[in-house]
Design a protein around this ligand. Structure first.
Ligand code: ADP
Length: 483
């Protein structure tokens, strides 16, 4: 049986190396957002099962953290190899539960796997320090040790790669993990559980608990054994989990919402900017936390940019992600479609113009046409809220200072994009924007080699790069006196 068949047919959660049902026997339906058809069901677990998973992770911790970095890296590389070898199969499962076009799903599986490869390498560089002595007769050392049992709560928009980003550095650092995938897209996580099992990962090192979020979140945040929570999702839930984690003083990494500005200066390469805007806006149907949310275009090229983006948007093929040639899949659920419709109604009521799209696509259901909006006021909901749909809202500007001030006028600070051919301006604006990640003439900012994360209410902590593994370690001072 293949790993995806195992995930689907068994439909069980993975605790302490065993595939388990909920104690109550309750199950959650998972539907295909493109068709509404049932993909499968998973156990609806609660606090008790989550506590058992945390215990399993704690039991596995001493042996796992005692392995050498190279020994742990061997497991990560085995899982990397298995994921890349099965990328097509995993991509199909991902598209079925999440909706994104197959090519994007495959790219996600590969990019997620790359985190395993990257952290297999980085595991060998988790080093401590020996400090210059501050007094005669003693020495000071700093050990870098795994933080302990880690919990990861992940979203539905990247059901595979969001898990890898957390699991890979955690396991590499010597931590053991409890994952709670989004209830809308649990199968990519369970398929990975099957990969981990086949790779011989020791029981309890990785545990996957499925179920409704609130009780599992309460157990994770209140259980003192969990030393770190890594969360990716909405700012509202991130704030709630941060508050809940305060009582046990857990380390938290929060990757939360964004409201990314995408700034196009008159001196930009417009073809490059339009191509980038299509990717940053319509990839995953706009359902990414680094999607361009406010597109600011210098007034002198505004109409030309709108014309070209409209042309590009109208060529995008909307449909079932499993069909070849699809560019834009469905939105994840009816609530997501309703949110986009509400934002557009509000914008139109406030004087905005819908240049193209603006309605559900011909395919009906949760498919929404790529949409371009102009003339929305800066105070409209569409400018202040994370749209999370295939809607590009474009605003003209006249000066650099004005656009930087407007771009920064948000409680969010995840990613921002700048298009200009003037390197001085790119540098200046890049420094002035209050965001964790800035792309100048580029939107591909998520890579294992670079720190991904936000400032302000977009979160704290970083994923990727050497900083991303630091977040899973604790510094310990060892002072040796009497020498
Ligand atoms: P989105 O808007 O992207 O669905 P959410 O923040 O609602 O973002 O979901 C991200 C993850 O957080 C999902 O795994 C979801 O199940 C989980 N989640 C939602 N509410 C809670 C909660 N109260 N406690 C713990 N996890 C939660």
């Amino acid at each position: 049986m293949s790993v995806t068949e195992a995930a689907l047919i068994e439909g069980k959660a993975f605790i302490g190396g065993a595939w388990r049902d909920a104690d109550s026997g309750a199950r959650i339906d998972v539907t295909d957002p493109a068709t509404g058809e049932l993909v499968g069901t998973v156990p609806d677990m609660g606090r008790d099962e989550c506590r058992a998973a945390i215990r399993a992770a704690a039991d596995a911790l001493p042996a796992w953290s005692a392995l050498t970095a190279k020994e742990r890296a061997t497991f990560l590389m085995r899982m990397y190899d298995a994921m890349t070898a099965r990328a097509d199969e995993l991509a199909e499962l991902l598209t079925r539960e999440q909706g994104k076009p197959l090519a994007e799903a495959r790219a996600e599986v590969i990019s997620g796997a790359t985190f395993l490869e990257y952290y297999a390498e980085e595991a060998r560089r988790v080093n401590g320090e020996i400090l210059a002595p501050d007094a005669h007769g003693r020495r000071l050392m700093v050990l870098r040790q795994p933080i302990g049992v880690v919990a990861a709560i992940t979203p539905w928009n990247f059901p595979s790669s969001m898990i890898m980003r957390k699991i890979a550095p955690a396991l590499a650092a010597g931590c053991t993990v409890v994952v709670k995938p989004a209830e809308l897209t649990p199968f990519s996580a369970l398929a990975f559980g099957s990969i981990a099992e086949q790779a011989g990962l020791p029981a309890g090192v990785l545990n996957i608990v499925t179920g409704q979020p609130a009780p599992i979140g309460e157990e994770i945040t209140s259980n003192p054994t969990v030393r770190k929570l890594s969360f990716t999702g909405s700012t509202a839930v991130g704030k709630l989990l941060s508050r809940q984690s305060a009582d046990t003083v857990k380390r938290v990494t929060m990757e939360l919402g964004g409201n990314a500005p995408f700034i196009v200066f008159a001196d930009a390469d417009l073809d490059l900017a339009v191509k980038a805007a299509v990717g940053a806006k319509f990839r995953n149907a706009g359902q990414t936390c680094i999607s361009a949310n406010r597109i600011y275009v210098e007034a002198t090229v505004h109409d030309e940019f709108v014309r070209r983006l409209k042309q590009a948007a109208e060529q995008l093929v909307v449909g079932n992600g499993l069909e070849p040639g699809t560019d834009v899949g469905p939105l994840i659920d009816d609530r997501a479609v309703a949110k986009v419709e509400t934002l557009l109604r509000d914008a139109a009521a406030n004087g905005a113009t819908i240049e193209t799209g603006g309605t559900r696509a011909a395919a009906g259901g949760r498919f929404f046409s790529p949409t371009i909006v102009t003339n929305a006021p800066a105070t409209a909901d569409i400018a202040c809220t994370e749209i999370f749909g295939p809607v590009a809202s474009i605003y003209p500007f006249t000066t650099e200072d004005e656009v930087v001030a407007n771009a920064n006028a948000t409680p969010y600070g995840l990613s921002a994009y700048v298009f200009t051919e003037d390197y001085r301006r790119g540098w200046r604006v890049g420094e002035a924007l209050e965001f964790g990640m800035i792309g100048v003439n580029d939107v591909a900012i998520a890579t294992p080699v670079a720190p991904f994360g936000g400032v302000k209410e977009s979160g704290s902590g970083r994923e990727g790069s050497a900083h991303g593994i630091d977040d899973y370690t604790e510094l310990k001072l060892l002072v040796i006196g009497g020498l």
